[in-house]
Write a protein that binds this ligand. Sequence first.
Ligand code: GLA
Length: 734
Amino acid sequence: MAAIAAIAVFPPALRAQSYTSAKFKAGDSPEWKTPAFDDSSWQTLQLNQVWDDQGIPASTKFGWYRLKLATPQLPAATGTDADKYVMVNLGKIDDVDETYLNGTLIGKTGSLPTDKDGYRSRFSATRSYIAPRSLLNKNGDNTLAVRVYSGGEPGGMYTGPVSITPAGYLDGAKLAITESGEKAQRTCTITLSNEFPWTVSGRLAIEMTDMETGNVISRTERKISARPDKNAVVTIPCAAEEPVRISCVFTDTKSGKNITARYTPKYILTPAAPLSPRFNTAPVYGVRPGSPVHYRFGVSGERPMQFKSAGLPAGLNLNAADGVLSGSIAQPGDYTFTVTASNAHGTASQQFTIKVGDLIALTPPMGWNSWNCWGLSVSQDKVMASAEALMDKGLVDYGYSYINVDDAWEAPSRDADGKIVVNEKFPDMKALGDWLHERGLKFGIYSSPGDFTCGGYLGSLDHEQQDAESYNDWGVDYLKYDWCGYGRKHETQKDKGTRASYVRPYMLMGEYLRALPRDIFYSLCQYGMDDVWEWGHVVDANSWRTTGDITDTWQSLYSIGFEQQADLAPYAEPGRWNDPDMLIVGKVGWSNNLRDSRLTPDEQYTHISLWALLAANMLIGCDLSQLDDFTINLLCNNEVNAVNQDILGKQASPVVKEGAFQIWARPLADGSTAVGIFNVGDDDMTVNLADYLGAIGNQPLKSVRDLWRQKDLSTADLTYNIPTHGVRLLKVTH
Ligand code: GLA
């Protein structure tokens, strides 16, 4: 009764127009939308917390919220149609809602299982519905009834309060810029959408700016109008080799108000590879004595190509047709030989050293992992399709070689002997391993030291040795070992929270892996707990995740890439890598529903540049069968990748941080320095590197190379325009 009592006390003009609680009842009845319904026996719930946290069973599917609202006093007379409407602001609702004002439906977000296209959650959408003022009662007593459907835990309204505000004339209009097509056919579409019940019309100004020079390339203006619930669309060509900013301003004639949008279409900086052979991968490879070698030389250039070697150590074989190296070497030591690749356009050679010893992963692993695209919907077919695409699209020629199956390959129970079993989506793991090895690719798998994985599949707890042996039988080359379900076991440990308690499960599996007659890259995934970078090497890990899960937003990239890696350089070295999580370029989605990465093109250049500087694991997380030219440009720049794969194995550190401006520097094996100049702010900036030379080494510079463009730049003028969230990746010598 609290809300109703409050209303009775104050005269309408003074009543609060924001409401923090409502009457609530679990269940569903069409009667509950009617203003006259008596809800006095219903309980009161807060609007800023899901119902699960307020004593309502999490299994509840339907629930109704009812609020008594005063008729708000709103500023009137803007002289536009907006005067006739109000906005009813509900905040976020988990998952689907239908909202009624005085019995009339004013909005719905998401869709119900009974709807034509079935259930669709929109839990993260903010609900603001427009409603005619005429729906509000003059006497001040209004009923807002919100029917909520929750498809899974949690449920309900959770970011209240609820409020009624004036309708802004242009609040229903949005300006968005999207692109489609590739290369010279790339076009950009500017859409003015209008969700409000009046037509907006005015002028759209479109300006294109060259982001390298800051010069305006073109300026045009068009008259456009968008009728209620309709879009106005303008399409322009936008193919560009250098970054071009499209800035749009729509000015509404009636209200004089404007809305803006800006967008940088994808631009391709990586020059096309020559048709003649070119070696793109590091000249070293680590393998343990007697372990099988699965390695494929990363050489771009037109096929067919022939591979030859001179001085190949005994025990190894080089496939002349595809450059796949196989065999094994029993005796520790460094074995140097020459590999030559030739095709119709020429010949190239690489002096290559196999280091037979204790250390593997002398450079960070490069490859693909199923998680960021397929999530739990991964299958053997999808994995093989990705491996095929990795080869067909030439990524394998740049050293991408691991094909890693993440969570969701495991059957719900072990066999009678306690052995882990695959589920129906993975018919034959050994055949998959063999298939990959024949092509010189490597096979990765996923498990947890806990009883269950993060996705709810079986983990390795109490079966560690058996699982390690299964991996050996299947030909596994990489294990991602993800804490997750181990959290429960950890809670039961007497020494929980101590370093020993964090190390224990990883030490155990690490020892079983080392006992196997093959090399398995050991990838720790426990989100950085207990400063794993300080002790990962103790369990013989090759990399350790330093953070929680990444997602395809700038916030996630910034926090994980810039903030959380800043102090970790001392812990990286050949064979031991900090892992800031997998790449978020291309089509991702963590499910069967894939989307283009939500990072802007500039953010994607920043992402790959930073991961190169960080000596990070380069595991592509997108559907490789849907790679576009832009994503290939990001992943297959041999000079950028050479920074990631530099054999000195030193990770970059931030050497300048001034507001939104950061410089990260990484010493390279040839004595030069890789330098990333980043703009992490929301405004474009111009930077003169000359002002910061002290931070990256001694002046003067002998050479400056732009690694994305693969071009030498002037050493006299070190001024660069860097767009918001963008980067300049350089290699400098002193
Ligand atoms: C955790 C990991 C992810 C992924 C999922 C699988 O969230 O951090 O990278 O492996 O588990 O369930």
